[in-house]
Design a protein. Structure first.
Length: 372
């Protein structure tokens, strides 16, 4: 490491240029990764944050919530296995809402849930609603940016029903739209296409049954309930419309960024290694071990990679502070560690080409070339 640091001090401009390139590449990797994770979270946060690990859907629905149709018959059958508190119905409907004065319009997804059950929303501001409340909803806080505040009255364009916003939840979106939570009584009114004051009837179907269950209970449900399929949370998320194709494209882009970063860094250090061939030959002739020379090359790459990565992390977090709220961006600690580890790993992998070049240097030939 002494040789690596000594050389870096001697050729500051050269290694500063390499560090700037590594900084830009690592910043691009982190920023694109944050955008990819942000887009994913904006698509699935309502499902990802649910306290459920399995979901019951209709057997021929291709594991897609919106294609599934279930009734109280399936719900009662499931509850007979795992209990009332561990199974809750979920109905969803994508729609457009406007404020009462029609100044604001927003695309949303209605989630109809049991307000005393497993999927009851966690209100962070405002008041909760009960199963007996009529004409009230809890909305994702992102709708505040559209001018929908606590106390606002919104109207569903499809049915004409009006709802008063009583509270906010956070990080609850589905298919890139904020979630609006309603109780099952108002869901019945929406399904019938009548105003909220009309008398609701029972037996209105829903889409999914959310479960908090173990593997043994899941097997019993599958055996005792006809025409249904039990899927994991991961399977449910992967079948949200557009999620898999969106994330596949972004992950491919990130993978290419890592490959390009490794290739660029490998070329830079290989060129520098070629320029220092005579120096390595002299050091070999003096009896310097190959392991010491290899560690010198790898040490330089490691120092530059870690330094540039640290600065790029600061730049990424700074950029996140000035991004508009409409641009989803999220970097969790686990994502940061994984991305940083991959970047350093690709850098070190690229440095092995230089190490191989150093190993092939012939001391006598290099000294002769230096003397010429």
């Amino acid at each position: 490491m002494f040789l690596a640091l000594r050389e870096m001090r001697h050729s500051k401009a050269r290694y500063l240029l390499i560090m700037v390139i590594m900084l830009l590449v690592s910043f691009l990797v982190l920023f694109v990764t944050g955008l990819a994770r942000g887009l994913a979270y904006a698509n699935i946060s309502a499902i990802e944050n649910m306290p459920a690990n399995y979901y019951v859907v209709q057997k021929d629905a291709d594991q897609t919530f919106r294609r599934s149709q279930l009734t109280d018959t399936e719900l009662n059958s499931v509850r007979a296995v795992i209990g009332d508190n561990n199974a809750s119905s979920l109905a969803l409907q994508m729609s457009t809402v406007t404020t009462k004065d029609a100044d604001t319009k927003a695309d949303v997804t209605f989630f109809a849930v049991d307000m005393d059950g497993l999927l009851a929303p966690k209100v962070v501001e405002g008041d909760k609603i009960t199963n007996d409340t009529q004409g009230s909803v809890i909305v994702d806080r992102d709708l505040e940016q559209s001018g929908i505040k606590i106390g606002s009255t919104i109207q569903d364009q499809a049915t004409g029903m009006e709802f008063k916003v009583t509270g906010y939840v956070e990080n609850s979106s589905y298919s890139h739209t904020p979630v609006v939570y309603i109780n099952n009584k108002d869901w019945q009114g929406m399904r019938q296409g009548v105003n909220q004051g009309s008398k609701a009837t029972s037996g209105v179907p829903f889409n999914v049954i959310a479960l908090n269950a173990n593997a043994g209970q899941v097997d019993k449900i599958s055996a005792n309930t006809k025409n249904v399929e039990v899927i994991t949370q991961k399977e449910a998320i992967s079948n949200i419309p557009g999620y898999s194709s969106e994330q596949g494209s972004l992950l491919m882009m990130i993978a290419f960024l890592f490959v390009i970063a490794g290739f660029v860094l490998a070329v830079f250090f290989y060129v520098i290694t070629i320029q220092k061939t005579s120096q390595f030959g002299i050091l070999k002739a003096m009896g310097t071990k190959m392991s010491y020379l290899a560690w010198s090359v790898v040490g330089q790459v490691m120092i530059l990679a870690i330094a540039s990565l640290s600065i790029s992390l600061l730049l990424t977090f700074g950029m996140n502070q000035v991004l508009p709220d409409t641009m989803p961006f999220q970097l969790e600690p686990s994502t940061i560690l994984l991305t940083s580890g991959l970047f350093v790993g690709m850098s070190l992998l690229g440095s092995l080409i230089s190490v191989a070049k150093v190993a092939k240097v012939d001391a006598l030939e290099a000294i002769g070339r230096a003397g010429a």
